[in-house]
Design a binder for this molecule. Structure first.
Ligand SMILES: Cc1ncc(COP(=O)(O)O)c(C=O)c1O
Length: 381
């Protein structure tokens, strides 16, 4: 089996599952309880928070645990909109965001907010000129993803940060769900960013756990009201086994990062260089440092993405149509649509997404299978 769908989710590592298991069995107190069991759980909670903060060179009180990327994105977007509604109701984002951002924005539009979706070029990248032109006196939020989940474009977040230094009151949010562990931490945790969304299951932690970074002094409205956990910002009894497991997974991710990114780049390059020779292939993810190392999106003209995915699956290779969210709905990729890729090509797009467990041998196997399947597709079309 070759698993090339790491942007959809990753397999939890055995040592991470081990932590989850041990904490579930032995540190099962509620961190808010006053007795010993509670204290033990509270200490582990704060230890995990500190471990994550240290790894990212931020303060522990800037880490807020969530249930994952979708919650983090919803919280920052809606939390900013609510918190700052007296100062303005204009929000800026890009036209290639994950639905967790896009649909939060759409919901706010129905409540009277105004949203600007920045256009992208033929690599799926926004321009800082467009961002500058979109900023208004009533803008309260700029939300930009670090790495696009469908084709892997790295957005100019550092340049956006520089520009936003001139607008200190605007909240600057980065959805870094696909960007963490991909060699761009200094761009993500830059000196201007206010909020960052991270999701654990993209780096071998369990599903349903994540966190946001929130800069000291920046406030967003709470969406989860209740018992006042997470410094009264996000209520709900903390998922301690998953939090401790995620802290471990993050440490492992960052330890392996340079080597893993290098191998991912080599695999991506090897496959790209091979498939680009075929007439009907269009590659959307370049092999430059303007793209993340782990995502390769391409289309075979005349063959629908689902057909390609299932053909590879029969051969034991797991890839996806452009994103896990859109795949079952048979929708064209929203990123490719924003790039004005014609529908007959965008509905043929598929995504390979690599992780630190993939190898060059797997890439060679993929290439052999690709050659065989291409011939069959060619006959069909
Ligand atoms: C860029 C991006 N943002 C947000 C999310 C949502 O994260 P989660 O699956 O943890 O809710 C994803 C998931 O694929 C993503 O790729």
């Amino acid at each position: 089996m070759i698993y090339f769908d790491n942007s959809a989710t990753t397999q939890a590592l055995p040592e991470v599952v081990d932590t989850y298991d041990k904490v579930s069995k032995s540190v099962w107190g509620n961190p808010s309880s006053l007795h010993n069991f509670g204290e033990q759980a509270f200490n582990l909670l704060e230890q995990s928070r500190k471990q994550i903060a240290d790894l990212l060179h931020v303060h522990p009180d800037e880490i807020y645990f969530t249930s994952g990327g979708t919650e983090g994105d919803n919280w920052v977007v809606k939390g900013t909109a609510l918190q700052k509604r007296e100062y303005g109701k204009h929000l800026i984002t890009t036209s290639v965001e994950h639905p967790a951002i896009h649909n939060s924005m759409e919901q706010l539009k129905q409540l009277g907010y105004d949203v600007t979706y920045l256009p992208v070029d033929d690599e799926g990248r926004i321009s800082i000129k467009d961002l500058k032109a979109a900023i208004r006196p009533d803008t309260t939020l700029v939300s930009i993803m670090a790495v696009n989940n469908e084709i892997g474009t790295i957005q100019p977040i550092k340049e956006a940060a520089e520009l936003l230094k001139q607008y200190p009151k605007i909240h600057f949010h980065i959805d870094a769900v696909q960007g963490i562990g991909k060699g761009i931490q200094d761009q993500i945790f830059n000196d201007r960013v206010d909020f960052v969304t991270i999701s654990g299951h993209k780096f071998h932690a369990p599903r349903g756990i994540g966190f946001i970074y929130g800069r000291r002094g920046r406030r967003i409205a709470q969406l989860m009201s209740g018992g006042g956990q997470e410094k009264n910002q996000r209520s709900g009894t903390e998922n301690l086994p998953a939090i401790a497991a995620m802290a471990k997974a993050l440490r492992l991710l960052l330890t392996k990062e340079p080597q893993a990114n290098q191998t991912e780049r080599q695999i991506k390059q090897l496959i790209s260089d091979h498939i680009r020779k075929f007439d009907k292939v269009t590659i959307f993810s370049k092999s430059t440092d303007r793209f993340a190392p782990h995502i390769l999106c391409f289309a075979i003209k005349g063959v629908r993405g689902e057909t390609v995915v299932h053909a590879f699956e029969k051969e034991g290779i797991y890839i996806s149509t452009t994103s896990a969210c859109s795949s079952k709905k048979h929708l064209a990729s929203s990123t490719l649509t924003a790039m004005h890729v014609p529908e007959e090509i965008s509905t043929s797009a598929v995504r390979i997404s690599l992780g630190d467990q993939n190898t060059l041998d797997e890439a060679k196997t993929f290439i052999k299978v690709f050659d065989r399947l291409y011939k069959e597709f060619d006959k069909l079309s």
